[in-house]
Design a binder for this molecule. Structure first.
Ligand SMILES: *Cc1c(COP(=O)(O)O)cnc(C)c1O
Length: 391
């Protein structure tokens, strides 16, 4: 039973989770669930991964926090590692996705103010999700996230996702535009994958108009889509890149990275965070990145994702309520013809944890090291579930 000492913002929750191991979670009744959500794209290595446990306990016994008044070795090591992986130049560590995006939004405003633009304006997308702080909920393209929290911030304009021409039209009609903020694949918005040339078109547009191309890879980063970062499918480099979720495997960490001219915008005193980049979070981040690389988990996500999408498409093609399977790597959406929120509880009863987003889209974000047997169980359970829903 949930405690009324908690605010009601998460509503009623059906399951009390008490422990995890690999791709599995257990509830307080001892029931076991295959976790196809990984704490919302966070536990890419699965639960209680030994490399994470070791990094946590070793760093906890060494140094948890000293503040950014000092050089911190794990912070510097993780920055070097992420620089090598991303080709970005430098970075700022935060504690969450929204905070990483706040830093990105501040970089865009610095870029605009340096150019003498009075109201620096960022292009954002329909159905986007960038977080719940005031600036990031303004950037988020979902009226439900903004409901009751107006006034939103100035300095954002919205266009349809996946349409580079719409961005160009906005840029041409508004001289205040300084940046474009976009998810390479929309997650919360319903697993929407744009055309392959979309990011390249945005890159060219941003180059031509001196805008910052800012990619929100909070969810798509850290191997999830089959490359370390999703923009690496597109052969471009952004000016600003944020990631969080999968980087800490559950330990709070976010990062905002910059390249080229964007990497010169922050000056001493212009931004900061008490907890950001603390040794505990950064040591875990290092262990996560090392494990992702050592175990080739981005490649595993690419291969398993293709296999899962193919099997689901084959086996659901005759199902009357099935629309399509989409996504990349282990970020998969199954769109149905009808709202299907009740499938979350029906799946849990069968020992499978999923979520539903955008009303009709079943969302799968399993651990990247899901085994072949677990993948088969996932497909079998899902197909049965959707067949029962359709009959
Ligand atoms: C989850 C998410 C965020 C927000 O991250 P928090 O850690 O919840 O603040 C921002 N952008 C995207 C694309 C996300 O998926």
């Amino acid at each position: 039973m949930a405690s009324n000492a908690l605010m009601n913002n998460y509503g009623t929750r059906a399951i009390t989770v008490t422990k995890g191991s690999g791709s599995w979670l257990w509830d307080d009744q001892g029931k076991k669930y295959l976790d196809a959500i990984s704490g919302i794209a966070v536990c890419g290595l699965g639960h209680a991964h030994p490399a994470v446990t070791a990094a946590l306990s070793e760093q906890a016994a060494t140094l948890v926090h000293a503040s950014n008044l000092y050089n911190l070795q794990p912070q510097e090591q993780l920055a070097e590692k992420l620089r090598a992986l991303s080709s970005m130049d430098n970075m700022f560590f935060a504690n969450s996705g929204a905070e990483a995006n706040e830093a990105a939004i501040k970089l865009a405003r610095l870029h605009g103010n340096n150019k003498g633009i009075a109201v620096p304006t960022i292009v954002v997308m329909d159905n986007a999700f960038h977080g719940r702080t005031m600036a990031t909920l303004t950037a988020t393209g979902n009226p439900k996230v903004q409901l009751g929290f107006t006034p939103c911030l100035d300095g954002f304009v919205r266009v349809p996702f996946g349409d580079a021409d719409a961005v160009e039209a906005a840029v041409k009609s508004n001289p205040n535009i300084v940046a474009v903020l976009v998810e390479p694949i929309q997650g919360e918005g319903g697993i929407h994958t744009p055309n392959d040339d979309y990011l390249k078109q945005l890159r060219t547009l941003c180059d031509n108009h001196d805008l910052l191309l800012m990619l929100d890879e909070i969810q798509t980063g850290n191997g999830r889509t089959g490359k370390y970062f999703a923009y690496q499918h597109a052969d471009i480099l952004p000016d600003v890149l944020t990631t969080a979720k999968g980087l800490g495997n559950g330990v709070p960490i976010g990062v905002c990275m910059a390249s080229g001219k964007a990497s010169q915008l922050m000056q001493p005193g212009s931004h900061g965070s008490t907890f950001g980049g603390n040794p505990l979070a950064c040591s875990v981040g290092l262990a996560v990145v090392d494990t992702l690389q050592k175990d080739n988990l981005a490649e595993r996500a690419a291969q398993l994702g293709e296999q899962l999408q193919h099997q689901l498409r084959e086996r659901l093609s005759q199902c009357p309520h099935f629309v399509e399977v989409r996504g990349k790597g282990l970020m998969i959406g199954i769109e149905l013809t009808h709202p299907c929120a009740q499938l979350v509880a029906a799946a849990a009863a069968k020992g499978l944890l999923i979520t539903v987003t955008a009303e009709r889209v079943i969302r799968l974000l399993p651990p990247l090291n899901l085994t072949d047997n677990e993948a088969s169980l996932l497909v079998d359970t899902l197909v049965t579930l959707i067949e029962e829903f359709s009959s």
